[in-house]
Write a protein that binds this ligand. Structure first.
Ligand SMILES: O=C(O)[C@H](O)[C@@H](O)[C@H](O)[C@H](O)COP(=O)(O)O
Length: 244
């Protein structure tokens, strides 16, 4: 096994422990962000792993008016489509707490052209962060999952989204299904990037992501090297071989 990517790799006993640790880290960074800047910004991932995390965040007593939620990627489907990442997070979390609707920054998926939607969301981000096109605004946390093909967000292996390094948002695709996604440099601009990865089916992809040499375009999670904090929270099933 090659060198692991960074000291912030934690292998937790099971999924519950993984979710509890992720919650702890998110709440501590939320507190710091609000103390220092008066608000907390987080980009959510889709998929199944984060669902119990969103459920437990919804049970916390938090200053919801200071919390802003974005998405790191979205399937290019209407907001009420069962595949929508936004719908999942609203159902298990956002609809259950007093977060103002204007703090929920969902990716637009109603344009006929995903490229136009990507540009609109990028403009929205630049307006929100009052950033210019020259620099990448820093979110407090970008929460990521990883597929068993080592994709993250909607940065899939051998796709053109992987080479977009001068935009915040681009169009991804998986098996012909269009997505909107943060670009890898925008993810890397975050103060903290947190992967939550569980299950034995992720083991081989993790080995490639942490290997000293491998093709970044075949294993896109290798592109995630933030100048801020990088956390890999893994359960035993996924990560036990990495730290042995
Ligand atoms: O839109 C998505 O599907 C996610 O953003 C995607 O990148 C997800 O994080 C991985 O596919 C892992 O998914 P699981 O957590 O379900 O394994």
């Amino acid at each position: 096994m090659g060198l692991v990517m960074s000291k912030n790799i934690e292998v937790l006993s099971d999924k519950n422990a993984l979710i509890a640790r992720a919650l702890q880290l998110i709440l501590s960074r939320m507190k710091t962000a609000i103390q220092q800047r008066g608000l907390f910004t987080i980009a959510l991932s889709g998929g199944s792993t984060p669902k119990p995390l969103y459920e437990v965040i919804a049970q916390q007593q938090l200053p919801w008016d200071k919390i802003h939620v974005f998405w790191g990627d979205e399937r290019y489907v209407p907001p009420h489509h069962p595949d929508s990442n936004q719908l999942m997070a609203r159902n298990v979390w956002l609809s259950k707490v007093g977060i103002p609707e204007e703090n929920i920054h969902s990716m637009p998926t109603n344009d006929s052209e995903p490229r136009i939607a990507a540009a609109k969301y990028e403009q929205h981000l630049q307006d929100f962060f009052r950033s210019t096109s020259e620099n990448f605004p820093a979110l407090d946390i970008v929460l990521l999952g990883m597929g068993d093909d080592a994709h993250t967000a909607s940065l899939f292996p051998q796709t053109e989204a992987l080479s977009v390094d001068n935009r915040l948002i681009t169009v991804g695709h998986k098996d012909g299904n269009m997505r909107l996604t943060f670009t890898y440099p925008f993810i890397n601009a975050a103060r903290c990037v947190m992967f939550i990865v569980g299950g034995v089916n992720k083991r081989s992809a993790l080995a490639k992501v942490f290997a000293p040499e491998a093709d970044n375009y075949q294993y896109p999670s290798r592109l995630i090297k933030p100048q801020g904090e990088l956390w890999w929270l893994l359960d035993e099933a996924a990560g036990s071989e990495l730290t042995s």
